[in-house]
Design a protein around this ligand. Structure first.
Ligand code: GAF
Length: 431
């Protein structure tokens, strides 16, 4: 059995500030510690985006709306481990999807996308939505999934505006799903726990958008906390909050090459992991997922696995161990160790899991050559999207300009660069 299966997580509910009807987020003892890093507090909730969206809603539907927002995320470490029932370490970012909502008297859900200037609609009486590669699957799929879970939501008018870059590996899809799900529940006077909402949204993405994603993105969009990263056990869905570093920052660089999870490669990686689990479970009856396998077990049965499946498994098993080590590094305030683990994670994703790209490797290479950088890796599903680097606070400015210049010189593309500010999960934007 793998060492990670021994890590214990505990969870309990508490009332969330800013939403009286919400059953709340899971809380841990780390909440009493003084937060490090940037402060993104709940006090600044009614941001200009929310006010503007409310006005636009008034023009579009001729009525008042409530506004909700859910964050995108960046994953510090623990990639492609969630659907193997393993460990991940995401942070909710201060990039949001905003959803304005008002209840309707009938059973229809109408949605207008502010980004795409398109509308879509469905009747909640008819849940025969087909898997569709269309933006509306992330909204209407959630409405259907809520109903399928037994939540008797009513009809609603929705206006959606996404500010999480699409196809950048920052989880724009989950932020749309979670903001929509929360808005539909609230407009119907219903509530679900954050964990249940995350599961409902994951089901919507699996069944209606055709991407067999894990639970990480929906969980962090529901349960993220300002100033903290989460270490999440994707089997039990228990998590703990981890303080960020006081004197080092996480910086995200967008390769500006889009990825697409609904295409075959992501689902193919998942299928490889399922093949490994099936074969290994025949030898070790307790194995339910790669999370239950140690590197020693893998070596013992390596000959039974196709070579590619062996390498995929080696990535997942070693990545789970790196997440556990990364937890220690954050708790000790040790950026050197975390940086090293991030670089090892990138190598494993590049060579064993084969989900990196030329542009991501280039960004990582440039980052590693800059003084004051502790480590760098691709983040998210891969095949494009973003890298995350851990940079000493004094070197962040130099890092930004060196990466921008180096990457543009090599590719002709200007990378978007974000300094990570850890934010709260889904919330209502209150006056
Ligand atoms: C995507 C998926 F949606 C997540 O569930 C996760 O598997 C991630 O890729 C890779 O770690 O974001």
């Amino acid at each position: 059995m793998g060492p990670c299966s021994r890590v214990l997580f505990a969870a309990g509910y508490l009332q969330t500030p800013g939403s009286s009807r919400n059953e709340g987020c899971l809380s841990f003892q780390t909440m009493t510690e003084k937060p490090a890093g940037n402060d993104v507090s709940a006090a600044s909730l009614m941001q200009p985006e929310a006010r503007t969206l409310r006005e636009q809603f008034q023009k579009l539907y001729g009525e008042e709306a409530r506004v909700f927002r859910a964050p995108g995320r960046v994953n510090l470490i623990g990639e492609h481990t969630d659907y193997n029932e393993g460990f991940v370490m995401p942070v909710a970012m201060d990039l949001y999807t905003w959803v304005a909502v008002a209840a309707r008297k009938d059973s229809r859900v109408h949605v207008y996308s502010q980004n795409l200037r398109e509308r879509a609609e469905m009747d909640l009486q008819d849940l025969k939505l087909r898997v569709q590669r269309h933006w509306s699957a992330y909204v209407l799929g959630v409405a259907a999934s809520l109903r399928m879970s037994g939540a008797e939501i009513g009809g609603a008018n929705l206006l959606v505006e996404g500010r999480v870059p699409m196809g950048a590996g920052l989880s724009s899809s989950a932020s749309v799903e979670v903001a929509t799900g929360y808005a539909l529940l609230e407009s119907s006077g219903l509530s679900r726990s954050p964990v249940d909402l995350a599961k409902i949204c994951q089901r919507a993405e699996n069944e209606f958008a055709g991407a067999r994603c894990g639970i990480m993105d929906q969980m962090i969009a529901c349960c993220g906390r300002a100033n903290y990263a989460l270490i999440l056990d994707c089997r039990t869905l228990g998590f703990r909050l981890l303080p960020l570093f006081a004197d080092a920052q996480f910086v995200v660089c967008n390769s500006m090459v889009k990825h697409d999870h609904a295409t075959g490669e992501y689902n193919a990686r998942r299928a490889d992991c399922e093949t490994a689990t099936r074969i290994l479970a025949e030898q070790m009856p307790g194995v339910r997922a790669l999370r239950d396998v140690s590197l020693g077990d893998l070596e013992r049965y390596a000959k039974l696995l196709p070579e590619v499946v062996y390498r995929r498994s080696r990535h997942v098993i070693s990545e789970n161990a790196r997440v556990e080590d990364a937890r220690g590094a954050l708790e000790r305030g040790d950026p050197e160790s975390l940086g090293r683990l991030m670089s090892e994670s990138h190598r494993s994703l590049q060579e064993d899991y084969e989900v990196s790209s030329t542009e991501l490797d280039l960004l990582v290479g440039i980052a590693r050559g800059i003084a004051g950088v502790y480590g760098s890796r691709m983040t998210g599903g891969g095949f494009g999207g973003c890298t995350i680097s851990l940079v000493g606070s004094g070197a962040v400015e130099e890092f930004q300009s060196a990466v921008a210049q180096g990457y543009e010189r090599a590719t002709g593309r200007k990378p978007d660069i974000y300094i990570v500010r850890a934010s709260d999960g889904v919330r209502e934007a209150l006056e």
